[in-house]
Ligand binder design. Structure first.
Ligand code: PEP
Length: 250
């Protein structure tokens, strides 16, 4: 049986003091064993704080992006090897903000996914449509295109140790959540795409939903057959809000 994963994407928020408080609060609130896995994705400078406080606990951590090149003259960039140095087990690739603000194409995302896997990191591939694409009836074709680019490069085997996060762009940070039915329909579409290539990998693949998840909507979302947890932005920045999501399904 797949375990639910609740992952917090902290984006470019926080300070050293806030991160410390947040991590200590999460640790205090997750002392009781549960069926829910938790992961956090702090900004790069706070990965060392995560490593110090979370090593040996049940909470894992990762980065929000990576540069696919191992090392070299790439001012400002961070490689997979550097993330491993800070104990990261996961890395987000293709978050919609990376795609839209920083112009990462489907191919760029596929290259990052491949580099993460090659380094031994578990990539969390984010996919999802804009409002206009949904209104044009293009949700499935957009998600299909985004996943196909990665499959083309890494093959179905690449998803043996990876996670997919369906994040409709119109629901990210807007307070407007996809209904459990809307989300489940896209998750089922995604699962089916993988089933056609390898039903064992497809069955084990965790597909998270992201887009204004909170303590009130998490239980209904995660109860759906193909929704294996959530990638949480805003609500992961407050201990009580993040724990409310975990506890909604714990
Ligand atoms: C996100 O940043 O991936 C996200 C889903 O944000 P929020 O939960 O705030 O919508």
């Amino acid at each position: 049986m797949r375990r639910i994963l609740v992952a917090g994407n902290w984006k470019m928020h926080g300070s050293r003091a806030m991160v410390k408080e947040l991590l200590n609060g999460l640790l205090a609130g997750t002392r009781n064993a549960s069926e829910v896995d938790m992961a956090v994705f702090p900004p790069f400078p706070y990965l060392s704080e995560a490593q110090t406080l979370l090593a040996g606990t049940s909470i894992t951590w990762g980065a929000q992006t990576l540069n696919p090149i191992a090392q070299g003259a790439h001012t400002g960039e961070v490689s997979a090897g550097m993330l491993l140095d800070f104990g990261c087990s996961h890395v987000l690739v293709g978050h919609s903000e990376r795609r839209t603000i920083y112009g990462e194409s489907d191919e760029d995302v596929a290259v990052r996914f491949e580099a993460a896997l090659a380094a031994g990191l578990e990539p969390v591939l984010c996919v999802g449509e804009t409002l206009q694409e949904r209104e044009n009836g293009e949700t499935e074709s957009v998600v299909d295109r985004q996943i196909s680019a990665v499959l083309k490069r890494s093959g179905i085997g690449g998803f043996e140790r990876a996670i997919v996060a369906y994040e409709p762009v119109w629901a990210i940070g807007t307070g407007e959540t996809a209904s459990p039915g809307q989300a489940q329909a896209v998750h089922a579409f995604i699962r089916h795409k993988f089933v056609s290539q390898d039903d064992i990998i497809a069955g084990q693949l965790r597909i998270l939903y992201g887009g204004s998840v909170n303590g009130s909507n998490a239980a209904d979302l995660f109860a759906r057959e193909d929704i294996d947890g959530g990638l949480v932005g805003g609500a992961s920045l407050k201990v009580e809000d993040f724990l409310a999501i975990r506890n909604a399904v714990a």
